[in-house]
Design a protein around this ligand. Structure first.
Ligand code: TMP
Length: 236
């Protein structure tokens, strides 16, 4: 299940002087955000420059799109286009330049969330999302992404925090006022989870499933193990 961790695949990982793009995914309430700071500390402890960011968001313009997309009800295609518009801005302004500068980019959600939420949750056409992904993440349209050797810029590693939607709903209840997505019924999150399952099947090499239905400490250990195996620290 932890795709990126066989020795052959680790050998194919970019050398640590190159940028490293790691994304964190899961349904609302899966608890991923807690672990991003620990991963940032882990890389910073190795002397790596780390950029922690999020989607939708990560630039002033993309944060404005986030505020709209998370509050307003809208047509599913409008929602998908807004997510990709915010992503394009974020890629061009933040992610691609940071990777080109050799930094570690940790992103709280990325395109897998669009497939899971707009594709799985809203039932929007997967093929259309694929076309948008190819357009928005085209490496040759992002000069700073040159040299990463892929036609479509993708994360090097995606940590998918998998939690049963019923457990996530219990965790979210009583939390702060829910946004548009958090307020959705459990059936929506079942469909979102199915979207993540499909996305993992389509991208097994970069996806690592983390069982998020464990204690915080056990999840933290699983996260560190996956990251350390996929991107071992440089020898001193
Ligand atoms: P979060 O930052 O608390 O995870 O909130 C972001 C919300 O936006 C979350 O409910 C998932 C949703 N979302 C989408 O629906 N599509 C996307 O492409 C992204 C990045 C997030």
């Amino acid at each position: 299940m932890l795709h990126a961790n066989t020795p052959a695949q680790s050998a194919a990982a970019p050398p640590s002087t190159q940028g490293l793009f790691i994304t964190f995914e899961g349904i609302d309430g899966a608890g991923k955000s807690t672990h991003i700071a620990a991963v940032a500390d882990w890389f910073a402890g190795q002397g790596r420059a780390v950029v922690s960011t999020r989607e939708p968001g990560g630039t002033p313009l993309a944060e404005q799109i986030r505020a709209l997309a998370l509050r307003q009800d809208m047509d599913a295609l409008t929602e998908a286009l807004l997510m990709f518009a915010a992503r394009r801005e974020h890629l061009a302004q933040v992610i691609a330049p940071a990777l080109a500068a050799g930094k570690v980019v940790l992103c709280d959600r990325f395109t897998d969330a669009t497939f899971a939420y707009q594709g799985g949750g809203r039932g929007f056409a997967w093929q259309t999302l694929r076309a948008l992904e190819r357009m928005v993440q085209a490496a040759d349209s992002l000069p700073a992404a040159a040299g990463r050797g892929a036609r479509v810029l993708q994360p090097d590693l995606t940590l998918w925090f998998d939690l049963p939607p019923a457990v996530a709903a219990r965790r979210l209840s009583g939390a702060r006022a829910p946004d548009k997505f958090e307020a959705q019924p459990q059936t929506f999150f079942e469909a979102v989870r199915a979207g993540y399952v499909r996305r993992q099947r389509e991208n097994p090499r970069r996806f690592a499933r983390i069982d998020a239905n464990q204690t915080l400490q056990a999840v933290a250990q699983a996260v560190e193990q996956v990251v350390a195996q996929a991107h071992p620290p440089r020898a001193a």
